[in-house]
Ligand binder design. Structure first.
Ligand code: 5GP
Ligand code: ZN
Length: 112
């Protein structure tokens, strides 16, 4: 999508510190890290949020989780949290589906 920030990162129009890339997904470091590891895993295809995961894209979601696992392994994380915010009230600010991978410090529950 033309004006989507993360689509621009996918196209290389905005720089990002990429830690993974394949045909369907990229992972890159969050610009405002909330933990020692804070990586975002996104599909290359523009989907506004998790609601874009319909039956035909169920495998894509599994792929994003697998990429998050690989990044966690690469960073030596045994314990980590994955977060998907859906909608502004849940804290979503960028409307291109992304999985937050957070780790490297103790995490609180419930999240704020
Ligand atoms: P959300 O709040 O939508 O769940 O998460 C959006 C995330 O994108 C935030 O954690 C924010 O720090 C990150 N972010 C926003 N703009 C940029 C950017 O230009 N580059 C990178 N790498 N991360 C960004
Ligand atoms: Zn997009």
């Amino acid at each position: 999508m033309k004006d989507c920030l993360f689509c621009k990162i996918v196209r290389g129009e905005i720089p990002a510190n990429k830690v993974h890339e394949d045909e369907r997904a990229i992972a890159f470091e969050d610009i405002g890290p909330q933990a020692p590891t804070h990586t975002l895993v996104i599909p290359k295809e523009h989907l506004s949020d998790q609601r874009g995961i319909d039956e035909s894209r169920a495998e894509l979601m599994g792929h994003l989780i697998r990429v998050a696992n690989q990044v966690a392994d690469k960073k030596g994380l045994k314990s980590f949290r994955t977060v998907i915010n859906t909608g502004a009230q849940a804290g979503q600010t960028v409307f291109h589906l992304h999985v937050h991978l957070l780790g490297g410090r103790p995490m609180n529950w419930p999240p704020g």
